[in-house]
Design a protein around this ligand. Sequence first.
Ligand SMILES: CC(C)(COP(=O)(O)OP(=O)(O)OC[C@H]1O[C@@H](n2cnc3c(N)ncnc32)[C@H](O)[C@@H]1OP(=O)(O)O)[C@@H](O)C(=O)NCCC(=O)NCCS
Length: 220
Amino acid sequence: MGVGGMGRALASMCVQDADEAGTRRWRVRGFIDEDTKSHGTWFEGFPVLGGLEMVDRYPGARLVISICHVNHQGARRRIVETLGLPPHRYPTIVHPTAVVDPSCTLGHGTVLMPMVCALPGVTIGDHVMVRPHTMMAVDVTVRNYGTIAAQVFLGRCAVVEQDAYVGAGAKVREYGSVGPGAVVGMGSLVLGRVPGGEVWAGNPIRRLSSASSLTARGRT
Ligand SMILES: CC(C)(COP(=O)(O)OP(=O)(O)OC[C@H]1O[C@@H](n2cnc3c(N)ncnc32)[C@H](O)[C@@H]1OP(=O)(O)O)[C@@H](O)C(=O)NCCC(=O)NCCS
């Protein structure tokens, strides 16, 4: 779900994902999106089937909600709560180049993109998006609906709370935390705790605004 950059990357990942015998693991049926203008069009060579109502039309299909723009925090949670589907309808997708220690826990609907590295004891909740080249040190926790952009470093025991967003190239020191629904800007250095619901950025890091001011801007 989600006609956008992450949906595009995810469809490409699924199309290319095959076992050693070359058998494809996924067949992409199409996209769904809440924007009615996209319905009936094609995106990345796949049909845009319709909106949320399409989920019932394909009861055997599995769904990944790929919406993860910084202005859309909370969107994945809202859609999951609206749909009320059983967890098995949401696959966990890990790119073959990701390195994930067997002791890690990954939730339903969670996606690890190329070259992600998760060291022992990492716990990642449901519907978490981890973009390429992110590094998670031992015992990191990313809770449900978190978004971790590309090339993020999360130090030992760092915690990213529910609905939070960590921008590209940001670093969180060991035992640092990003509060529920908070946003950490691209390239920031988090040495302590970013309060929930706020936007912080920079090095040294400072408060920019409330996270609701980003979501109020809506779809971009
Ligand atoms: C933090 C962020 C959400 C703020 O967006 P915004 O509200 O539109 O911010 P603005 O561009 O209006 O900038 C507001 C101020 O914050 C500063 N600022 C914005 N982002 C910053 C950042 N990442 N680091 C340092 N300062 C930043 C701006 O310089 C500006 O400062 P000023 O008021 O002193 O001139 C955005 O800049 C960001 O980093 N988004 C994440 C992008 C990303 O990681 N994409 C990943 C795709 S994989």
